[in-house]
Design a protein around this ligand. Sequence first.
Ligand code: XIL
Length: 322
Amino acid sequence: MIADQTLRMAADRRNLLVGAACSPHLIAREPEYVQTLAREFNCLVAENCMKAAYVQPERGRFDFGPADRLVAFAEENRMRVRGHTLVWHNQMPEWMKTAGFSREEALGVMRDHIRGVLAHFKGRVFCWDVVNEALADGGGWRTKSPWFQMIGPDYVEAAFRFAREADPDVLLFYNDYGMDQPGSKADECYRMVRDFLDKGVPIDGVGFQYHLGVENHLDRSACAANVRRFRELGLAVHFTEMDMGIRKPITDELRSQQASEYANRVGIALDAGVSALVFWGFTDKYSWVPSFTKGEYDEPLLFDSSYRPKPAWKAVFDALAS
Ligand code: XIL
């Protein structure tokens, strides 16, 4: 591969961020992982180590060791860091969700968590997924979230206000899945952020996760229009967690279908003015997809398990370079 054929260079030429989720323990132990990540991406996100369970394992005791190593790696390689995530119903430490907090106490816990994390990373992380996945699949709030149960639906806007208080400069994002295509969840999210803007709740952007299997052929113009309406509110949009599992048995035909679907997604992003394209990992050696789908899907990313670029890599590169 010649040096100017990297995703990173193609993205730099467009003034776009192209990122990947990654883990500090793999950076520490695997040279090919490190080389690929630094060569191909100008942005990274912590796949897990910035989540509440890791950064505040006990009340008031923050542990930023692994996340700091990740941020140091990004700085050494001139990569931007997306922060993921402050308030989410998953990967919360036990103490945060089981202590039976009153509404007021839970608001205090949330504020202290947001303050602690934002103060620590100030100036080194350029945006945060302040709230992740607050909406239910069928529309409406995800009422089973411990945050919803402890505080009520206004926990989402409270989180954004606390985040802005803690850091006036960092960009604040709402992030979710299932709104990648037009539909009730996308509409719900649109209403929510429009309402936030009307009320003066501080929000800068929306993250569309784009975890979708290869069988989901996306209508480029309909999806671009779905995303563009958020841009028209004045918000930034990032695609935050792209991957594309292939249902087994996997064939070369499915691999090339994956490549053209990836190109289609990049086309949606470019059409809609998306400013960051982040993949949920980069090598098929390490992806959450096989375990999340109980072995039904695999090979979701741009590099194979030996770090060779796949047809999907070529398709994404060509779409960015075109
Ligand atoms: C996933 C990680 O990839 C896994 O390693 C972990 O076990 C669970 O979380 N939506 C999100 C991400 O916002 O944080 C999730 O990441 C995938 C779904």
